[in-house]
Design a protein around this ligand. Structure first.
Ligand code: SAH
Ligand code: F3S
Length: 439
């Protein structure tokens, strides 16, 4: 019997890309492909890319230079994802070793484009298919303990800095029943934590059901103990969604709530649908609905026209909200987005200086909060071995990472631990007791 063809996928960018790579393993799995972690033994090599910042694209271009070394005669090298969608055929020109380029709505076409590449035809497929949910494609997941479930694709918002609406196309939601069926299957195979994914996930609407209905329905699936979602949009936390969060025990006490800036003037020019006050109001409502909720965020520094006073408002917002964590980015010009035309682009040195100051404030605020948690007890889900030190890595419902000693058969189970120390961002922990299953 001939050896089954091997597929290698390298994934960059957000959780949605991780989820899309799982879909691609699903599409190709149906064709008899077997996954490999070793590019040297792969027959098909794919790089699933991000286009949100120039830096991400440069990294991929650098990586293509390395991956082409693994390409033997007859092998296929492809670029997929947001950068593939953004650059399309230009990528074929730019990297001669690339055989195929496919955007996020075209993954169904992978087997065909691979076959054509083997015949020597190089092609780019970047058509938007606003109906595409890949509903019939069973994702092939690597992680068992916790799973990403895409519930919404694309984005209909028009934040002026953002390329995503141009790379992922129009917003569309999967049917609630389809999501529940997928989550039930996951729970039956032992997964107890799911993260629902969408670009503005809490604006989910399938025509009959909103995000509140979805949270309640997924939270009611037997075996699902932890329910997370990312990324929500601040102003889509309706009272119905807040009530569903508060009344669904599985919904975790953590929300990633991208703010982008603390300056109302900047937010307006970003075309975010809230100002500083409205964002703070959402934070207040979340904290009232879910006491003890942890909050993390995304922040951009150096958006065109950002003054020192605007930036100072971002710093003060971080302190005022007291975020548990924040991802910080220097504004990156994305061709074709409206912000390109805004005057007064901020100099690179100023962006570098501002992000440095911001990171200091973010770390300081997070550290104060985390120091106060040393000595407290938490139920953690043990996710797997930690990167270093022979320890296990576990996570609280509030998304805090704890490292602890224990046998590998704790992986996938819930353990009650006491935090014994913190680096400022992560914790060391010791087991108090094994948590009884509550279902
Ligand atoms: N849908 C999400 C974000 C998607 S992009 C939301 O509602 O916010 C992920 C993050 O990348 C954004 O939150 C933003 O902070 C950052 N980002 C997007 N475009 C960027 C750009 N042009 N330059 C720098 N950071 C950017
Ligand atoms: Fe981008 Fe704004 Fe949508 S950040 S993904 S356009 S909500």
């Amino acid at each position: 019997m001939p050896r089954a063809p091997r597929i290698y996928i390298e994934t960059y960018g957000c959780q949605m890309n991780v989820s899309d790579s799982e879909l691609m393993f699903g599409v190709l799995g149906r064709e008899g492909y077997v996954r490999t972690e070793d590019p040297a033994e792969a027959d098909v090599l794919l790089v699933n890319t991000c286009a949100v910042r120039d830096h991400a694209e440069q990294r991929v271009l650098g990586r293509m230079g390395e991956l082409k070394r693994y390409k033997r005669p007859g092998d296929v090298l492809g670029v997929v994802g947001c950068m593939a969608q953004r650059l399309g055929p230009k990528l074929l020109e730019r990297v001669p070793q690339v055989d195929l380029v496919i955007g996020p709505d075209g993954y169904r076409g992978l087997p065909e484009l691979i076959a054509r590449a083997r015949e020597g035809e190089r092609a780019a497929e970047t058509t938007f298919r606003s109906w595409e949910h890949y509903e019939d494609v069973p994702p092939v997941r690597e992680r068992q303990v916790s799973a990403f479930v895409t519930v919404q694709r694309g984005c209909d918002y028009r934040c002026t800095f953002c390329i995503v609406p141009m790379t992922r196309g129009p917003e569309r939601s999967r049917k609630l029943a389809d999501v529940v069926r997928e989550v039930s299957g996951l729970a039956e195979s032992g997964t107890s934590e799911v993260t629902l994914l969408g670009q503005t996930v809490n604006s989910y609407h399938d025509g009959d059901h909103d995000f509140a209905d979805l949270l309640r329905a997924v939270g009611a699936v037997a075996g699902i103990r932890r329910l997370r979602f990312t990324s929500p949009y601040a102003t889509d936390f309706t009272p119905r969604v807040l009530a569903a969060m508060a009344e669904t025990p599985a919904v975790c006490e953590h929300v990633h709530l991208p703010v982008q800036s603390g300056s109302s003037r900047t937010l307006k020019r970003m075309l975010r649908r809230y100002d500083r006050e409205a964002y703070l109001e959402v934070v207040r409502a979340l904290r009232e609905a879910i006491p003890g909720i942890a909050l993390s965020t995304d922040i951009i520094v150096g958006f065109p026209g950002e003054t020192e006073a605007d930036f100072a408002e971002t710093l003060s917002l971080v302190e005022q909200v007291a975020f548990d964590d924040a991802y910080t980015f220097k504004y990156s010009v994305r061709e074709g987005t409206p912000a390109v035309r805004i005057k007064d682009h901020v100099a690179e040195e100023i962006k570098t200086e501002r992000i440095g100051r911001l990171i200091q404030v973010v770390r300081h605020v997070a550290k104060q909060k985390n120091i106060a948690l040393v000595g407290t007890t938490h139920d953690v889900l043990v996710e797997g071995p930690a990167k270093r030190g022979g320890l296990l890595q576990a996570r609280t419902r509030t998304n805090k990472i704890a490292l602890l000693e224990g046998p590998t058969d704790w992986i996938g189970t819930y353990v009650n631990v006491r935090f014994t120390g913190t680096t400022g961002s992560t914790f060391t922990a010791m087991r108090e007791a094994l948590v009884e299953s509550w279902q």
